[in-house]
Design a protein around this ligand. Structure first.
Ligand SMILES: Cc1cc2nc3c(=O)[nH]c(=O)nc-3n(C[C@H](O)[C@H](O)[C@H](O)COP(=O)(O)OP(=O)(O)OC[C@H]3O[C@@H](n4cnc5c(N)ncnc54)[C@H](O)[C@@H]3O)c2cc1C
Length: 401
């Protein structure tokens, strides 16, 4: 493999190298480091710039009930298991990092604003009930009493008391701190340009400074390589690895914006409609999202995208009209072909994946970290992880051939 003039090997080789310092890579790294492993996380972004990953861009909802219609059924069990881990995960992380992560447990109101919405919501609710999920139906008045900032036109709501939320940006900051305190090493401003493989074994990664595309890459070696590169996974893996080792991940763009809540308009529930969600953070931000666009790696904000978010948010909560605008941004959801994550081994020995968390990566962080750590420490794929292996895509491809 070309590596022209590269340094080879390193004095203190870590046992595990993780590509990508988003929530998934950091949470796995933190848990592995706590278990006594030497771990290095490689992240392309530099600390000076705003992070480019989905974990920073997300809204932070922990919403298996509201998202149930979007997901494959097999994902619901994992999502609910991860939600159930959240209180303990947050307590452990806050203690390890010495900082709060803005975890909120008021719940989520999914509201209907007209008769079409009400018919859609009733179908969602009936589906949730058929699965035994703890949602509760409310008429317009009851919803309005619960959250008086809702538009008077609200016709009905489904209350999802266990769909909680967290401040995903604080979660990331806390994970970085906890990872470092546990002895992990985070190398920022460093891009992984390719994965080294010899025959059927992956043995290292070639890295260079993110801001110096002309620099000779350096080889870092480790017995375990874990790719947690989010929406960029295929860009990294597809150019030199055998096709069966490369997961089918594509970026799905989401635009969001945030407003600053006022003492007169301070929401506590997450509010969702068929078209938009409003997520009130403890620091006073009201995050409004999100578009869903299949446009590759384009993260430009568009007038139409922001206009529709604001219009739809205003229809649900008219008082947002007067709130100051704080920020607008876009992120890339890492979507696999079936919208479920891809976890565990690849056909290359030593190369592992934790990618493809799509719309639910914040929610799935505790379960992913726990399952992946168990796997990386023991070599055994835990039962709950088995439906999420890379092999499922190749099985399907063979069946359809
Ligand atoms: C608009 C939007 C809203 C969302 N809302 C929610 C929500 O409310 N609830 C929820 O549960 N989920 C939500 N998600 C989904 C969630 O954000 C993702 O599933 C999750 O953050 C994925 O985490 P990750 O660590 O896999 O990826 P990322 O956070 O994208 O991290 C990947 C990291 O890898 C780095 N990287 C990539 N390639 C390389 C390379 N070659 N070398 C070095 N580093 C590299 C990137 O810089 C990045 O930091 C949302 C996502 C978006 C975009």
């Amino acid at each position: 493999m070309a590596g022209g003039g590269a340094l080879s090997g390193n004095a203190a080789m870590p046992e595990t190298l993780i590509v990508g310092g988003g929530l998934i890579g950091l949470a796995i790294g933190w848990q592995l480091a706590k278990a006594g492993r030497s771990v290095m996380v490689i992240e392309r972004d530099s600390p000076a710039a705003s992070p480019s990953g989905a974990s920073w861009a997300a809204a932070g909802m922990l919403a298996p009930l509201a998202e149930v219609g979007f997901n494959e059924p097999v994902l619901l069990a994992l999502s609910r298991a991860s939600l159930a881990m959240y209180p303990e995960f947050v307590a452990e992380l806050e203690a390890d990092a010495g900082q709060p992560v803005g975890y909120r447990t008021e719940g989520t109101l999914i509201v209907a604003l007209d008769n079409d919405d009400a018919a859609w919501l009733r179908r969602q609710y009936d589906f949730q009930q058929s699965l035994g999920l703890p949602t509760r139906w409310m008429d317009g008045n009851e919803a309005w009493e619960q959250e008086p900032h809702l538009a008077p036109s609200v016709t009905a709501a489904a209350f999802a008391p266990t769909d909680h939320q967290v401040d995903n940006r604080r979660l990331m900051t806390a994970l970085r701190e906890a990872f470092a305190r546990a002895g992990g090493e985070l190398r920022t401003g460093t891009e992984v340009v390719r994965i080294q493989h010899d025959g059927d074994r992956a043995s290292g990664i070639w890295v260079r400074p993110s801001d110096d595309a002309g620099a000779d890459p350096e080889l870092l070696e480790a017995p375990q390589l874990v790719v947690c590169a989010g929406a960029w996974t295929r860009l990294l893996m597809a150019n030199n690895l055998p096709a069966p080792a490369v997961p089918p991940i594509r970026p799905v763009k989401g635009q969001l914006l945030s407003l600053t809540m006022s003492p007169l308009l301070r929401l506590s529930y997450v509010i969702r409609t068929r078209r938009v969600y409003l997520v009130p953070k403890l620091d006073g931000r009201l995050v409004i999202g999100a578009t869903s666009e299949d446009v590759g790696f384009d993260t430009r904000l568009t007038a139409g995208g922001l206009f529709e978010l604001l219009r739809d948010a205003w229809e649900a909560v008219p008082g947002v009209y007067d709130l100051p605008v704080r920020e607008s941004w876009a992120g890339l959801r890492p979507a696999s072909r079936d919208h479920a994550p891809v976890l565990g081994p690849t056909p290359l020995a030593g190369l592992y994946l934790a990618v493809g968390h799509y719309r639910n990566g914040v929610l799935l962080t505790p379960a992913t970290a726990r399952l992946m750590c168990e796997f990386l420490l023991t070599g055994e794929v835990p039962e709950a992880m088995q439906p999420f292996g890379l092999a499922r895509f190749h099985r399907r491809a063979r069946m359809h051939a």
